[in-house]
Design a binder for this molecule. Structure first.
Ligand code: AP5
Ligand code: ZN
Length: 215
């Protein structure tokens, strides 16, 4: 299966992707995680991406599309992929279509997670992520680790992302509305979009998402 996950920052894309990818047996590809891995390794790509991310802006397509395509090529050998955070504008969606077409493959669905803006801000302000594995995501009140600052899954240190300040979250939300939301109409025209509310408990949202994908 090949699925695109779309939704505002803090909607729970990364949280849901971890469960959905496991249930569906396909790799989870997050362009945000790929950029953060490059930043922590100090690669030239990471150096280029860092200032854009910190400012809440999109990393240029010239950098992003090639990186995503490299990862998708590896993943498709495993039977598909779940894309989280890519595509993020219409130019990236068009590039993805061209990439898939060249290989004679298609997307199966675009899952659109809807969350009100005040909830997004609360989710992001309390988010803590494990330094060992970005799939280990917690929240100080909604999904608190047993020991403050320590990952339940692996004992790793939990940290707060550089771009999770209130000012940058507002910028990321504005960028989402102007640049990313138009891809929902782009995919509606291809009859691929399933919209679900991402409010409720994490496992309830996963159930809604799996039901929507079965349709
Ligand atoms: P990226 O890493 O993709 O971030 P984002 O889209 O802003 O999304 P987030 O990771 O903030 O949120 P999420 O929806 O995954 O929520 P999560 O599951 O963590 O991108 C970061 C930056 O990289 C961009 O700004 C850009 O600069 C760059 N970039 C990335 N891709 C790019 C691209 N394609 N093109 C150009 N630039 C790109 O959940 C949030 C919190 O809520 C957690 O604490 C979680 O525990 C909690 N939570 C989750 N679900 C629930 C629930 N149901 N109830 C209560 N709490 C919940
Ligand atoms: Zn961990």
């Amino acid at each position: 299966m090949r699925i695109v996950l779309v939704g505002p920052p803090g909607a729970g894309k990364g949280t849901q992707a971890a469960y959905l990818a496991k249930n569906l047996g396909i790799p989870h590809i997050s362009t945000g995680d790929l950029f953060r891995a490059n930043i922590s390794q100090g690669t030239p790509l990471g150096v280029e991406a860092q200032s854009y991310m910190k400012a809440g802006q999109l990393v240029p397509d010239s950098v992003t599309i090639g990186m995503a395509e490299d990862r998708m090529r590896q993943a498709d050998a495993e039977g598909g992929f779940l894309l989280d955070g890519f595509p993020r504008n219409v130019a990236q969606a068009e590039a993805l279509d061209a990439f898939l077409k060249a290989d004679g493959i298609e997307l199966d669905a675009v899952l659109d997670l809807e969350v009100p803006e005040d909830e997004v801000v609360k989710r992001i302000a309390g988010r803590r992520i494990c330094r060992n594995d970005s799939a280990h995501v917690f929240h100080v009140t909604y999904n608190a680790p047993k020991t403050e600052g320590v990952c339940d899954a692996c004992g790793g240190e939990l940290y707060q992302r550089d771009d999770d300040t209130e000012e940058t979250v507002r910028k990321r939300l504005a960028v989402y509305h102007t640049e990313t939301e138009p891809i929902i109409d782009y995919y509606r025209a291809q009859n691929l979009v399933a919209t679900i509310s991402a409010l409720g408990k994490v496992d309830e949202v996963t159930t809604k998402a799996m039901d929507a994908l079965k349709k």
